[in-house]
Design a protein around this ligand. Structure first.
Ligand SMILES: [Ca+2]
Ligand SMILES: [Ca+2]
Length: 238
C-alpha cells in the first residue's frame, strides 16, 4: 500500500464520520433538553398552585421575549405550552357531511356527501350542474357542511378538488346551525381557487362545524360544477 493513496481514500470517510458525530451531538442535545423540559414541567406543575400560575405564565412570556428564538426561548415556550394546554394543531376528525341548498331545493347531491370525508381521494361529492358558473346569478350559493367530533380552535381546512378557478366562502360554527343566516360572517373567502389542494386559513376560530359556501363553480369537468374529493380539518382541541 503506497502512502500517497491515504489522503484521498480517508478524507471522505473522515468527513462522513464528522457529520455523523455532529448529528449525534445534536440528537443528544435534543434528548437532554426534552428530559430537562419534562422534569422542570412536572416539578412546576406540582409546585405551583392556581394563584401562582398567572405570575409564572407572565414571567415565562417575558423570558420568552428576552430569549427570542434561542434554545432557551424554545424551552420556556415548551414549558408554557405544556402548562397552559396549548399545542400545535392536530387533525380534527370530521364525522359528518351534509349538503346545503337553502335557497334552492334543499338538496345538493345528498347521496354523495360522505365521499368528501371518507379518506379516499378517488371518491368525491359534486355540486349539481348549473347553467352559469356564477351561481350567484341564480341564488346566493350552495354548500357542504362538515361537522367535527369536537369543538376546537380551528386552524386549517384542507380541500382536495379537481375543479379549477372556483370560489367559496368559509364559515365556522360550534355545530351545524341549520339556517344560512345563523352561520354569521365568513371566516375566509377565496376566489379563483386552483385545482389540486387548497388550504383555507380558519385563523384559530373556535368551532366544530365548517360551511363551504360555493359561489362560483369555475370550469368543473362535465359542466359547471365543483367537486370536492377530500376535506380535512386541523386545529387545537380545547
Ligand atoms: Ca340543489
Ligand atoms: Ca373522497
Amino acid at each position: 500500500m503506497s502512502g500517497g493513496a491515504w489522503p484521498t481514500a480517508i478524507l471522505p470517510r473522515m468527513s462522513t464520520s464528522g457529520v455523523a458525530r455532529n448529528t449525534g451531538l445534536a440528537f443528544l442535545t435534543q434528548i437532554v433538553t426534552a428530559a430537562f423540559t419534562a422534569g422542570l414541567t412536572i416539578f412546576l406543575v406540582r409546585r405551583l398552585g392556581p394563584d401562582e400560575y398567572g405570575l409564572f405564565s407572565l414571567a415565562l412570556g417575558i423570558a420568552g421575549l428576552l430569549f427570542g428564538r434561542s434554545g432557551a426561548g424554545d424551552l420556556f415556550g415548551g414549558v408554557r405550552d405544556v402548562i397552559s394546554g396549548s399545542s400545535d394543531p392536530v387533525t380534527i376528525q370530521l364525522t359528518a357531511a351534509d349538503d346545503f341548498d337553502p335557497f334552492g331545493d334543499d338538496r345538493e347531491s345528498a347521496d354523495d356527501v360522505g365521499a368528501a370525508i371518507d379518506g379516499d381521494p378517488a371518491t368525491a361529492w359534486t355540486t349539481e350542474s348549473y347553467d352559469n358558473r356564477d351561481i350567484t346569478v341564480l341564488k346566493p350559493g350552495v354548500g357542504l357542511v362538515l361537522s367535527a367530533d369536537q369543538v376546537a380552535q380551528l386552524h386549517e381546512l384542507i380541500l382536495t378538488s379537481p375543479t379549477n378557478d372556483w370560489s367559496a366562502s368559509f364559515y365556522v360554527a360550534e355545530t351545524n346551525p341549520g339556517s344560512f343566516d345563523a352561520w354569521g360572517e365568513p371566516v375566509a373567502t377565496l376566489e379563483g381557487i386552483e385545482a389540486g389542494t387548497v388550504t383555507v386559513d380558519l385563523g384559530g376560530t373556535e368551532g366544530g362545524a365548517v360551511l363551504i359556501w360555493i359561489t362560483n363553480q369555475g370550469d368543473g369537468s362535465g359542466g359547471d360544477e365543483v367537486t370536492i374529493a377530500e376535506a380535512r380539518l386541523t386545529g387545537v382541541p380545547e
